[in-house]
Each structure stands twice: as C-alpha cells, then as structure tokens.
Ligand binder design. Structure first.
Ligand code: HEC
Ligand code: HEC
Length: 282
C-alpha cells in the first residue's frame, strides 16, 4: 500500500468534495504542513522498513515521559502486575507463578505473537483473553473484567517483559480468514462521518486533527498505554473505541471478535516495531 503524499486519495471530484466536508466535520485542520515524523533522532529504533511507531508522532514532552521509567505512570501497572503474578487466587489455590514460574523467563516474547489463533476456540484470542482463560480454566478464579485495573496490570506486565522485542504476529494458516476480517474493518466506512480507519491513519498520517498529530495508527506494540488524557493506562480496544467515536460510529465491545480481528491487523501493521509497553501517549 503506497501513500500518495499528503493529499486526499479519494477518487473523483464529487466524492472528494463530500469527503472534504466530512473531514472538516471531523475537525481536520486544513493547510497545515507538518513533518511526517517529529523526531528525526529516534527514527532508528521506532521506524522499521518505513513503518513508523506512534512514538515518532508524539510531542517531545510525551516522549520524555515514556523514556523515563520514574516519570512513566504506566510503570505502576507493571509493578502491580508483578505482584498479581505471585498472588494465589481461585479454587485451585494457585498463582500464575505456580505453573509458569519466573515470568521474566516464561513470558518473554509472549506479547509479540498475540492475538493468536486457538484451535479449541476456533478463532483468535488476544492476550487479555488468554490471561482470563488461565484464570478460569487453570485457577478456578473469576475472569477479570475488561479494563479493570487487574487485567490492565497483568497485560501491561506481560507486555513490559517483551519491551524492545519486535512485534511478530502470525497471519497465515488458520489465522488468515480472521486477519482478512480485521483488514476489512480497517477499510470499512462507518458512522455518521462515513469514514474508515484508513482515512485518518493512511491518508492523513502526519496531519493535525484538532490538537492531535495523526500517526500511522500502528500502536501494535504500544498498548496498554498510559494516556495523559485518561490519566491511567488503557487497552488497545479502549483506543479503538475512542477512534470509532471520533467518526460518530457505534464502537464494538472491548474483547469482541470484531476488535480482536482488528487488533491482529493493527499488530501486523506494527510488525518489526519494538514493544513499547507501557508506552505514553497524549
Ligand atoms: C478521524 C480520524 C481517525 C479515525 C477515522 C481513526 N483514528 Fe485512530 N487515531 C486518531 C487520532 C487523532 C489518534 C491519536 C494520535 C495518533 O496516535 O494518531 C489515533 C490513535 C490511534 C491509535 C494509537 C496509535 C499509537 O501509537 O498510540 C491506534 C492503534 C488507532 N488510532 C487505530 C485506529 C483504528 C483501528 C481505527 C478504525 C476503527 C481508527 N484508528 C480510526 C484518529 C483517527
Ligand atoms: C494450573 C496451571 C496454570 C496457571 C495457574 C496459570 N496458567 Fe497460564 N497457561 C497454562 C498452560 C497449560 C498454558 C498453555 C501452555 C502453552 O500454551 O504454552 C498457559 C498459557 C498461558 C499464556 C500463553 C503463553 C503463550 O506462550 O502463548 C499466558 C499469557 C498465560 N498462560 C498467562 C497466565 C497468567 C497471567 C496466569 C495467572 C493469572 C496464569 N497463566 C495461570 C497453565 C497455567
């Protein structure tokens, strides 16, 4: 997929005019030319084969917080996750550590390959769901609620243990049809503004919408991320919901098949980019 500069790639004058109206409604700031990447010196690490992490579209203050573990609010969730790892819970009287031992060994790299196709389930499973499957099936414990502090903490902790490793999800074999569904969703126009993910993250990456510099929407290695706006860590599916709402589309449920398939596509778009969990975003 090649991006034709910063112009709208919508074909036909009429269509373009309609789209322009929508873009204004969505709050695009026209006529602002901005560098596609705000941080030249950090490119080496955060740009792989032309794919740019959202880090490169962050402002310098936000990047500085991410780069400093003492300032990065997401590190509190890493610590909480490490505590939960050793906490006995559920009818089986086990902790994660009872079976998986030292997380620094057993969970290293795990984040980079999720979502993953699971034969027993006949569909994809993301990391949050895998954690909850262990809680229910292996610990006799209740699943943690989506976006609860405990689930966010464990997901963040496991993500952190892969920090710096390249994203590497599998999209062939039995995962292929789910990948295709996720891809379709990314290109599907939705909501009152009748826009797709791609309209912002392919066609308008590097431009401003209100106060936000639009990235390539690759956050695959970044979430759960600490958003300054949220004042806490949040999941990738929460981010998806926010993006759906920007175009006044009904968001799907966190953990829905639609979002897990979309997650596989987004994480594939981030292939090779380093895991940044817990990333910091505005
Ligand atoms: C109206 C424009 C718009 C649309 C449409 C849109 N987004 Fe976004 N998205 C944004 C903005 C603005 C941000 C915050 C700045 C940034 O990282 O791009 C963002 C951020 C993101 C991020 C976080 C990137 C990072 O590294 O922090 C992801 C992932 C993402 N969007 C995915 C999606 C998906 C998937 C869809 C379709 C369901 C979508 N977006 C639709 C505007 C949009
Ligand atoms: C009774 C043993 C048991 C307990 C307790 C347990 N798990 Fe598991 N877990 C397993 C087994 C078995 C697998 C599947 C083995 C595999 O896929 O390598 C697994 C797989 C996983 C995976 C996927 C690993 C991969 O390589 O894809 C994650 C992540 C995980 N568990 C997290 C947790 C967390 C977090 C906890 C605590 C909340 C936990 N598990 C508790 C037995 C357990």
């Amino acid at each position: 997929m090649s991006r034709k500069g910063k112009n709208m790639t919508t074909g036909g004058g009429k269509l373009a005019a309609v789209a322009a109206g929508f873009l204004l409604a969505a709050g695009f700031v026209a006529g602002l030319s901005t560098p596609a990447s705000a941080c030249e010196e950090c490119k080496g690490k955060y740009e792989v084969e032309g794919r740019k992490s959202g880090y490169l579209f962050s402002n310098p203050e936000t990047r500085a917080i991410q780069d400093d573990d003492f300032a990065n609010g997401g590190m509190l969730w890493v610590e909480k996750g490490a505590e939960l790892w050793n906490k006995v819970d559920g009818k089986a009287g086990k902790s994660c550590a009872s079976c998986h031992g030292d997380a620094e060994e057993s969970m290293k790299g795990v984040y980079t390959v999720y979502p993953k196709y699971v034969q027993e389930l006949g569909k994809l499973e993301n990391l949050e769901q895998r954690i909850n499957r262990c809680r229910e099936a292996n610990m006799g414990a209740k699943a943690w609620k989506w976006e609860s502090d405990d689930l966010l903490a464990m997901t963040t902790y496991i993500g952190y243990l892969s920090r710096g490793m390249p994203m590497n999800v599998k999209i062939d074999g039995p995962a292929a049809p789910f990948f295709e569904k996720g891809k379709e969703e990314y290109f599907k126009r939705r909501g009152q503004l009748d826009m797709a993910c791609k309209h912002c993250h392919y066609d308008h990456a590097g431009q401003y919408i209100r106060a936000d510099l639009i990235s390539e929407g690759r956050g695959g290695g970044a979430f759960p991320a600490y958003r300054l706006k949220w004042q806490k860590i949040g999941s990738l599916h929460r981010r998806f919901k926010g993006c759906n709402k920007q175009i006044r589309a009904q968001p799907y449920k966190a953990g829905s098949d639609e979002y897990v398939n979309l997650e596989l596509f987004v994480k594939w778009r981030s292939r090779g980019l380093p895991v940044e969990v817990p990333a910091v975003r505005r």
